[in-house]
Design a protein around this ligand. Sequence first.
Ligand SMILES: [Fe+2]
Ligand SMILES: [Fe+2]
Length: 231
Amino acid sequence: MQEFNENDKMLHLVQTNHNLLPVIHRFGIRLGFGNRKVGELCSEYQVNTAFFLAIVNTFHHKHSFPEERLLSFSPLLIVDYLRKTHDYYIHSSLPQIEVLIHRLLQSTPVQNSEMKMIGTFYLAYKKKLLKHIEEEEKVVFPYVEKLVLQPETVEDRSFDINFEKKHEHVDLELDDLKNLILKYMVPEYDALVCNKLMDEIYSFEKDIREHSRMEDVILIPQVVHLLKTAK
Ligand SMILES: [Fe+2]
Ligand SMILES: [Fe+2]
């Protein structure tokens, strides 16, 4: 398995896998790469190169998850990345999916209960996901930051940081949404819009799975470790 490294041109990463572009953007790195290498652009944008590479490689290689390497980064870096990912979901993925569902449903003359269910199901999913994100941003992440920066001020040592069950819901419901569309969409619809929507849902699903894995497999064990070692 060939991993990207700091001497690769950033252009090469996107040419190899265009799905990396949103991840690169998430780090604040913008287009206009020229021939600059990953290491050069990371230092220009003040991004931790090793962390950047760990994330893009995890994203690119479906079965790679360098647990040990990721665990070695500061929880502050992890939380910062997770926040940026939330931001991307809120301002890009979710609005895109919503617009496309709306356009898909508008493109069919049939307005039966299944069609209505697709829209309603999505809105309920979005509401739940936003609530989940809000809880992490308002409660979990500040707790982790406090635990790293001012451990002596943290009184609650039995903090429940178990996201795992909630993540199962997030994943399964996205699956249900896809199935609803694939099974019940009536044949008269705009195929271009439908393809775009399915593309968008599949890449969102992949992204959010990586995100949840990062929270469950990296952030939780880091917090458990900090709780054990903090005085
Ligand atoms: Fe999250
Ligand atoms: Fe989460």
